[in-house]
Design a protein around this ligand. Structure first.
Ligand SMILES: NC(=O)c1ccc[n+]([C@@H]2O[C@H](COP(=O)([O-])OP(=O)(O)OC[C@H]3O[C@@H](n4cnc5c(N)ncnc54)[C@H](OP(=O)(O)O)[C@@H]3O)[C@@H](O)[C@H]2O)c1
Length: 311
């Protein structure tokens, strides 16, 4: 990409899209095209085609998606499949048809097989059954990923993808029932602190191991890959470091300043015991994350407070 290249960031108001726009601007890219969901519904094929025919962006970051936590995925699989499949196919196809030089598609580590060997390498995709709770989302995401590969194979399109681990940071979703673990814990402990609660109960026993990446580090990798990687296979985006949910919970409570007791409701499910990405591919290209979890959590909580997220 050159500094004057026309770059479309789809989903620029979301956590990932906003971070990609921040990173592009930080690196001096100024010709950035965006549309809000209200201005352009990416599930509408004719509208997407008209947008691409008019704007003809040279580079596209596809960070728009219908995203949700376990509960939303479990209860609305049809919506997750339809919206994601439609918007991915529309954007990728219209980008290709309108001369886009390179597109980067955002996958998610949750689309790797449920029982993938740990740490998960890029080539474990589609080697065994998917996690049941987000199967619809995963099928749509895998289709988008594969469509990029097939366009490369059949037409030589330089379309790539990246596979991020659990992300957190500015602009996260703090919805009470429809959010990921880090924003859910931030909200929970903030509420508990405000209400002076003496104890907070979390699900499971705190033993599962998880990995987290600060969203601005992911954005840095996305721009790096756009400039430095061309290949059919996706690239994992993670820290390569793991901690238990118990340790994460303590860390978030400390960040928020919650001093009460933390209980574990062991009658509730733990989820997969371990989920970690093998990040050696990005490392071999010379990329490494830079924000450690305590610092990232401090910045995420500062953003939560600054945005005045309503409880
Ligand atoms: N968050 C994570 O932990 C995580 C981890 C791994 C991978 N990822 C991937 O990163 C990508 C972005 O995730 P995110 O966390 O940034 O999600 P997000 O905060 O929910 O942002 C998604 C954005 O897409 C927009 N969007 C959704 N449907 C649309 C449509 N039909 N037309 C136009 N815009 C639409 C949303 O706009 P509205 O809000 O107005 O609908 C929102 O701005 C996804 O592909 C996700 O799989 C995220």
């Amino acid at each position: 990409m050159h500094h004057a290249s026309k770059i479309y960031v789809a989903g620029h108001r979301g956590m990932v899209g906003a971070a990609i726009v921040r990173e592009l601007r930080r690196q001096g890219y100024e010709n950035i095209v965006t549309r809000t969901h209200a201005e352009l519904d990416l599930t509408r094929q004719a509208d997407v085609e008209a947008f691409f025919a008019e704007e003809r962006p040279e580079f596209v970051f596809l960070a728009a998606a219908r995203v949700g936590g376990i509960e939303a995925n479990r209860t609305a699989p049809a919506d997750f499949m339809y919206d994601n499949m439609m918007l991915e196919m529309n954007v990728i196809h219209a980008a290709w048809r309108n001369g886009c030089r390179k597109l980067e598609f955002l996958g998610s580590s949750c689309i790797y097989p449920r029982m993938a060997p740990q740490p998960m390498k890029e080539d474990c995709l589609l080697t065994s059954s998917l996690e049941q709770t987000n199967e619809a989302y995963a099928l749509a995401k895998i289709s988008g990923l594969r469509y990029c590969s097939y366009l490369r194979r059949q037409y030589g399109a330089d379309f790539i993808s990246v596979m991020p681990t659990n992300l957190y940071g500015p602009n996260d979703n703090y919805h009470p029932t429809n959010s990921h673990v880090v924003p859910a814990l931030i909200r929970r402990f903030h509420e508990a602190k405000e209400q002076g609660l003496e104890e907070v109960t979390c699900w499971g026993d705190g033993s599962p191991l998880r990995e987290f990446l600060y969203v601005d580090d992911l954005a840095n990798l996305c721009v790096f890959l756009m400039n430095n990687y061309s290949g059919e296979e996706t690239v994992n985006a993670g820290s390569g470091k793991e901690l238990t949910i118990g340790e994460l919970t303590r860390l978030v409570a400390d960040t928020v300043g919650y001093k009460g007791r933390i209980n574990w409701d062991t009658s509730m499910p733990n989820g997969t015991p371990r989920k970690l990405l093998d990040v050696s591919k990005a490392a071999a290209m010379g990329w490494r994350y830079s924000t450690e979890l305590p610092e990232g959590l401090r910045m995420a909580y500062a953003d939560f407070l600054a945005r005045g997220v309503r409880l």
